[in-house]
Design a protein around this ligand. Structure first.
Ligand SMILES: Nc1ncnc2c1ncn2[C@@H]1O[C@H](COP(=O)(O)OP(=O)(O)OP(=O)(O)O)[C@@H](O)[C@H]1O
Length: 270
């Protein structure tokens, strides 16, 4: 192969962000929950979004997951706005999410909850499903294989046929992660995943989030109060306070930033 052909094959490092939050503001009545917030998320990064109570983290998370519409600004994925998408259509463009208090179907098994995530990405419809048309049967076989892989990956096979409501909270959180992964997201939005977990469970979770990024190339946005978790796994941290961006950078730099230290003083959760 010639030098020119080799050069053509060489991967081109892309610096274009996967997701851009541009000058986003959200106003509730007279309250400015977000005030002109901008930052980028790079492909393959774990981005930690931190800030004291009321800083605007959940509001921003809800804009990204399309539950809230910003009053101003834009959110771009690969350069295209996502603001024209309703919440139930974001899995189609590769955005998955988990919920702070776990939002599974409590009376379904672990396996069926994960299958729900998988169906968010398949093209079958109710008529094809009920007629069991060939492409549906083939689709089902692939779905079963993928679901089994995800159950193995998240160490959930032993509880695959257990009803979710009887499982410990930490396991339910893992099921939620499995359901989100089943939709094969490019970006995973995690809303306080460490909430309600004990010290060991938080450590395991951190390892898992890192593995998901490394093994599956999933870019992760993590809204989290648990500073130990954010600082140990994030590549980049964005700190908010009173709806504004206070600082951003590496975990070490943000942790040392005087404005961030000041914002957290007296906040018992920090
Ligand atoms: N639906 C709403 N209606 C009115 N005000 C709201 C609403 N949601 C949030 N707010 C206000 O917007 C501001 C930002 O709240 P938000 O919940 O986004 O902060 P947060 O950083 O997620 O806080 P916490 O860490 O306590 O969850 C707060 O002043 C909050 O009271």
């Amino acid at each position: 192969m010639t030098q020119a052909q080799l050069a053509e094959r060489a991967p081109v490092a892309s610096t274009a962000p996967l997701l851009s939050v541009r000058d986003v503001s959200v106003v509730f009545g007279g309250i400015i929950a977000l005030n002109g917030v901008s930052f980028d998320m790079q492909q393959g990064h774990i981005l930690g979004l931190i800030g004291p109570n009321g800083a605007g983290k959940t509001t921003l998370f809800n804009c990204l997951s399309r539950l809230y519409q910003p009053s101003k600004g834009d959110i771009l994925m690969n350069g295209e706005t996502i603001l024209n998408r309703p919440a139930h259509k974001i899995s189609e463009i590769g955005i998955g999410r988990t919920f702070q208090n776990v939002a599974l179907f409590p009376n379904l098994t672990v396996r069926d909850n994960v299958r729900v995530g998988k169906h968010a990405r398949t093209n079958s419809d109710i008529i094809s499903d009920s007629l069991k048309l060939p492409w549906v049967r083939k689709g089902e076989a692939d779905i079963n294989k993928d679901v089994n892989n995800i159950l193995d990956y998240l160490d959930l096979h032993h509880v695959a046929d257990t009803i979710v409501s009887g499982l410990p909270f930490g396991t339910q959180k893992r099921v939620e992660l499995a359901r989100a992964l089943a939709a094969e997201p490019k970006i995973l939005l995690l809303d306080e995943p460490a909430g309600g977990l004990n010290h060991e469970e938080v450590y395991i979770l951190g390892d898992l989030i890192r593995r998901i990024r490394d093994d599956r190339g999933v870019t992760v946005l993590l809204v989290e109060h648990h500073m130990g978790l954010v600082m140990s796994i994030a590549d980049h941290v964005v700190a908010l306070n009173f709806g504004k961006k206070l600082a951003e950078g590496t975990p070490a730099a943000v942790q040392k930033d005087p404005a961030v230290i000041k914002a957290y003083l007296g906040d018992k959760d920090s």
